[in-house]
Design a protein around this ligand. Structure first.
Ligand SMILES: NC(=O)c1ccc[n+]([C@@H]2O[C@H](COP(=O)([O-])OP(=O)(O)OC[C@H]3O[C@@H](n4cnc5c(N)ncnc54)[C@H](OP(=O)(O)O)[C@@H]3O)[C@@H](O)[C@H]2O)c1
Length: 239
């Protein structure tokens, strides 16, 4: 979070402004990751407000692909968009990182895969350029440690478009065990607050590849297959 040494880190709570002030004191650059249980920009804005008051110079925000797109009368990633807009208006230096689905989302299904149970496919036959989260982290480090990425909004895609079934097939090959899937696209099965984003992705909104990861890192973006190979042990371990 900072250029200052902080052995042991600093505990803070997005819902407790005083604790945020302590976390950003003396900090130059913040990497902002929020995952509110209810989709609002409140946590981002609380941190941004504390950062500005503390004299922080730059915020690198983990956002999401498609934030601000319109789908069926609603805004995709509305809370990320509101947070991005607040940060842009704050006068702080910023970089927005907007990845599609992380390869690591499959780790949530370790228990199901180990039990031979089907895993939920929420995105139907649509394709997405699944990104290796290690690439997102590497771009975040680049953005935090160089001013070459100030004011940039990067769509951090992986190198190839894959359906959920494609990913399951790759995982099956790498793990050498069956990976079954089941249709979980019914609206009442989707995570709260994510129906617009998932609907947008299912309709093909996220079906594109960018060169932003290779442009920033000077090497190709990692493939889903390589991520799966590097995480074989995680799938073998008990969750
Ligand atoms: N997953 C994706 O495919 C994806 C794609 C694009 C963008 N994103 C964005 O990336 C961000 C993270 O998503 P994710 O899928 O990685 O979420 P996640 O798997 O639910 O992880 C969220 C992390 O935040 C921590 N956390 C939750 N509430 C907190 C709080 N009040 N204070 C401090 N830490 C808290 C959690 O800690 P515990 O583990 O202790 O609960 C967990 O480590 C989100 O903004 C999301 O929109 C995700």
């Amino acid at each position: 979070m900072s250029r200052r040494e902080r052995p042991g880190g600093v505990r803070a709570d997005f819902d407790d402004p005083a604790s945020l002030a302590g976390a950003v004191a003396g900090v130059d650059t913040v990497f902002l990751v929020t995952a509110p249980p209810v989709p609002t920009a409140d946590h981002d804005i609380a941190l941004m407000t504390a950062a500005r008051a503390a004299g922080v110079r730059k915020i690198v925000k983990l956002s999401a692909i498609g934030s601000g797109e319109r789908f069926e009368g609603a805004t995709v990633g509305a809370w990320h968009l509101a947070a991005e807009e607040a940060i842009e208006a704050s006068g702080l230096v910023w970089t927005m990182l907007r990845p599609p689905s992380f390869a690591s989302n499959f780790l949530r299904y370790r228990a199901l895969i180990q039990a031979g149970e089907p895993i939920p496919n929420m995105t139907g036959d649509s394709r997405q350029a699944i990104v290796d989260p290690r690439d997102v982290a590497a771009v975040a480090v680049a953005a935090m440690t160089s001013d070459a990425h100030n004011g940039q909004r990067y769509d951090l895609t992986g190198p190839e478009l894959l359906t959920f079934t494609d990913q399951a097939t790759i995982l099956e090959r790498v793990l050498e065990r069956p990976v079954k899937i089941t249709d979980a696209s019914a609206l009442d099965q989707l995570p709260a607050g994510m129906t617009t984003g998932i609907g947008w992705a299912r309709a093909g909104g996220a079906a594109y590849v960018t060169d932003h990861v290779p442009r920033v890192l000077g090497r190709p973006a990692g493939t889903f297959e390589q991520w799966a190979r590097d995480h074989r042990e995680a799938f073998a371990a008990m969750p």
